[in-house]
Design a protein around this ligand. Structure first.
Ligand SMILES: *[C@@H]1O[C@H](CO)[C@@H](O)[C@H](O)[C@H]1NC(C)=O
Ligand SMILES: *[C@@H]1O[C@H](CO)[C@@H](O)[C@H](O)[C@H]1NC(C)=O
Ligand SMILES: *[C@@H]1O[C@H](CO)[C@@H](O)[C@H](O)[C@H]1NC(C)=O
Ligand SMILES: *[C@@H]1O[C@H](CO)[C@@H](O)[C@H](O)[C@H]1NC(C)=O
Length: 473
């Protein structure tokens, strides 16, 4: 008896709010008042039921490239490198309609363009570059195009080189139905100090999941008025995401490249994470000492295409017969030390570069000096050619680069190593980034070369065994 009474009481108490809510809802319906605005409706249409889900692929990403009519003629070679017509989606956002002759149509091999909305009425007290407002609104304007099947909006500059396959492998780790703000900060501490440590730098590429783009877009114009004093477009996106409660998810493959001088040390010591972008290549020396910058980035991109996930990935191995150490940056360079050097040392970037304002540091990573004494530094080999030997397997050849003077270390220790003109590397296919990141191991192939007569060292890169450590125990 008592139980029945309790039960009825509970039912009545549950019914009251239900009836009340239904009454309000029906009243709104009756008078045709929308309970939900357009943004919320988009959200429910898109995510109820949640589209579960084939893995993320390139077609789910919409790029928004900030560009200008003036810089386009000499910067389009960066974009043409990675843009794949009918594969990559998105737009170049220009400051005004490009002037075209009658028979001069927009190239089919470049991204289609849009002209950004007028921003002259926005407050901007952050410096001389008012176009930063226009650039920050690319995320809003891209969202408002209402494109279908979009999981991510990815912003970049016209001098950002994307490595699209790696962008896909990074983004597919995250649930695009959640709010994510993904990118990388500056390599120079001074830049992060002057801007923000927790900001995704715009040129490095900024990935924003659909739900975050939707919420950002809604209040964006009001929000950026509150941050009129900030310098960059990227600070505005960070601040507005933070108002929503979303902070940066730092991914190690997004590179602003706030560096000057020779970027070798930085590139040859990539973290165990796929290379997603390189930016600011006009500010640093060519990536390869024998090429100009345009040819350099083409060369690196050619390696990338042969085995995208592997580009710049490190492996270390020893030749205990000769007491040599090798440090590989796949698709870019190999360092040969004619001595036994531990991994902790080899994986630390050489300080060949300067900070954004031409200082010796600090950087956001540890560095070590590169001696001027030829007998205190490794021999360096740069990639010469990459061939696919069968599906997923490659052979890449690296050629020694000696100082322009032609001088080499004359010590006895270096003599055998100086016979080595090339390093050849074999790799075998498997899905590197589908698992928790672990650096791959390598072996120096003996190849019967007991007298050290050969001019090539052969290296095989492979998955490490479970208990394997680079240093032989
Ligand atoms: C990407 O995934 C969608 C499913 O969401 C599929 O229809 C499409 O064919 C895929 N595209 C590519 C290029 O793999
Ligand atoms: C892209 O697709 C369209 C329509 O299918 C086609 O007409 C065009 O030639 C393609 N463009 C390129 C560069 O492949
Ligand atoms: C290699 O180094 C070890 C000690 O680290 C030494 O005993 C050995 O003789 C060296 N071998 C050669 C070929 O130099
Ligand atoms: C270098 O190679 C030549 C043959 O090409 C050989 O005669 C010489 O002994 C090698 N030098 C060293 C130090 O291994």
């Amino acid at each position: 008896m008592a139980q029945t009474k309790l039960f009825s009481t509970v039912v009545i108490f549950l019914l009251i709010p239900f009836v009340a809510i239904s009454a309000v809802f029906l009243t709104f319906q009756y008078f045709n008042i929308s309970l939900f605005d357009n943004y919320t409706k988009t959200f429910f249409n898109q995510y109820a039921p949640r589209q579960e889900d084939e893995p993320t692929n390139i077609s789910h990403i919409v790029f928004g490239i900030s560009a200008s009519v003036n810089t386009w003629p000499w910067r389009h070679h960066y974009i043409d490198l990675w843009w794949q017509p009918n594969v990559t989606r998105g737009f170049l956002w220009l400051d005004y309609e490009p002037h075209q002759n009658n028979d001069d149509t927009w190239p089919e091999t470049s991204p289609p363009y849009k002209v950004s909305g007028d921003t002259s009425s926005f407050k901007y007290t952050g410096g001389p570059l008012r176009y930063q407002i226009r650039m920050s609104r690319v995320v809003k304007e891209s969202f408002e195009l209402g494109l279908e099947n979009v999981r991510w909006f990815v912003m970049g500059d016209d001098d950002t080189v994307f490595f699209p396959e790696n962008l896909v492998s990074v983004l597919s780790k995250y649930d695009h139905n959640e709010m994510y703000y993904i990118g990388g900060n500056s390599e120079s501490v001074e830049q992060n100090e002057g801007n923000f440590f927790k900001m995704a730098y715009g040129g490095a590429g900024v990935a924003i999941s659909y739900p975050l783009a939707m919420v950002l877009a809604k209040g964006f114009d009001e929000c950026i008025e509150r941050y009129a004093h900030l310098f960059g477009c990227d600070g505005r996106i960070m601040s507005c995401a933070s108002e929503i409660g979303i902070h940066l998810t730092h991914e190690l493959g997004f590179h602003q490249v706030d560096l000057r001088g020779n970027p070798y040390g930085f590139l040859a010591a990539h973290p165990i994470s796929p290379l997603v972008t390189l930016h600011h290549l006009e500010l640093v020396d060519p990536l390869f000492p024998t090429l100009n910058q345009a040819d350099s980035i083409e060369k690196l991109f050619a390696s990338y295409k042969m085995d995208p996930g592997r580009i710049l990935q490190k492996s270390f191995c020893y030749d205990l017969r000769r007491n040599w150490s090798l440090s590989v940056s796949w698709g870019y360079s190999v360092e040969l030390y004619p001595s036994l050097v531990n991994v902790g040392e080899m994986e630390t970037p050489f300080r060949t570069m300067k900070t954004f304002t031409m200082r010796d540091g600090p950087f956001m990573f540890n560095t070590r000096p590169l001696s001027n004494d030829l007998c205190e530094k490794p021999l360096i080999y740069y990639v010469d050619q990459v061939d696919r030997i069968s599906e997923g397997n490659t052979r890449s050849r690296y050629k020694r680069y000696d100082a322009v003077s032609g001088e080499v270390c004359a010590s006895e220790q270096y003599a055998p190593a100086l016979n080595i003109s090339y390093v050849d590397i074999l790799t075998y296919h498997f899905h590197i980034w589908a698992k928790a990141p672990r650096r791959q191991c390598c072996d120096v192939m003996d190849d019967g070369d007991v007298d050290g007569m050969k001019s090539v060292v052969q290296v095989k890169i492979r998955e490490c065994h479970l208990f394997e450590s680079v240093t032989p125990q």
